[in-house]
Design a protein around this ligand. Structure first.
Ligand code: SF4
Length: 229
């Protein structure tokens, strides 16, 4: 078989030694090719430029319009005379709903979340704690002026207790704490937030209930965004 070796596909001319070999070669050469020859393959891959131009003129590209995202709601979170447990509840709720909240809210002022806080125009301002001094009362009035919605969160903000327990002191006890009241420029009586400014919503509880808080937040977002969350 040494001199009968035949390499099909080589360009070198092949010497045919027998009829049997001739038959095999003929069969292979006449076998229909399954794939296109190289030159045709190249043509098939790249359609002529003219054809492309005609196709693009016939079917103009449709680029779907992406609706712009609504601006985030500006949020302020403020704490006055209280233990700040409502802040803890808020951060726990935020932890569970971070994916939605980061799309919805821009926390402009929240000392628990950031060190650079801005006294901005707020869509929603949350107030926790009772109002115990004239300085606090002035701050709440300022916040009210900047906010579309103001929400009192927790019992201290809603009813003034338990932070305002000194309101329930006997005259003797009041006399005893009088020097402290004067020293801290405190108001004679601790006040709930609605005593100082108009409140749009109240979330009671000591601390507030997270589900009630979340429901109220969602309702306010819907209201401010015209029904869309
Ligand atoms: S309502 Fe209760 S939990 Fe909230 S700040 Fe006041 S004392 Fe703390």
């Amino acid at each position: 078989m040494g001199n009968r070796k035949l390499k099909i596909g080589k360009r070198r001319p092949v010497r045919l030694r027998s009829r049997a070999v001739k038959r095999v070669v003929k069969k292979r050469l006449t076998k229909p090719r399954l794939s296109l020859p190289k030159t045709l393959r190249r043509t098939a891959k790249k359609p002529p430029v003219r054809a492309l131009a005609v196709r693009s003129a016939q079917a103009p590209a449709i680029i779907p319009a992406v609706p712009p995202l609504p601006p985030k709601l500006k949020i302020g979170w403020f704490s006055f005379s209280c233990c700040e447990d409502n802040t803890v509840v808020m951060t726990e709720v935020m932890n569970d709903h971070w994916q939605e909240w980061k799309r919805l809210f821009d926390f402009r002022h929240a000392r628990v979340l950031k060190s650079r806080n801005v006294m901005d125009a707020f869509d929603i301002a949350f107030i926790e704690g009772a109002i115990a001094s004239e300085h606090q009362a002035a701050t709440v009035r300022d916040i009210r002026g900047r906010s579309k919605k103001l929400v009192a969160v927790g019992a201290c903000a809603c009813i003034g207790l338990p932070a305002g327990q000194r309101n329930t002191f006997t005259p003797e006890q009041q006399a005893e704490i009088a020097p402290l009241v004067a020293r801290f420029s405190a108001l004679p009586k601790v006040q709930k937030v609605s005593d100082v400014v108009k409140v749009d919503a109240e979330i009671p509880g000591c601390p507030m209930d997270p589900n009630t808080f979340l429901a109220k937040v969602n309702a306010l977002v819907k209201e401010l965004r015209g029904g869309a969350l």
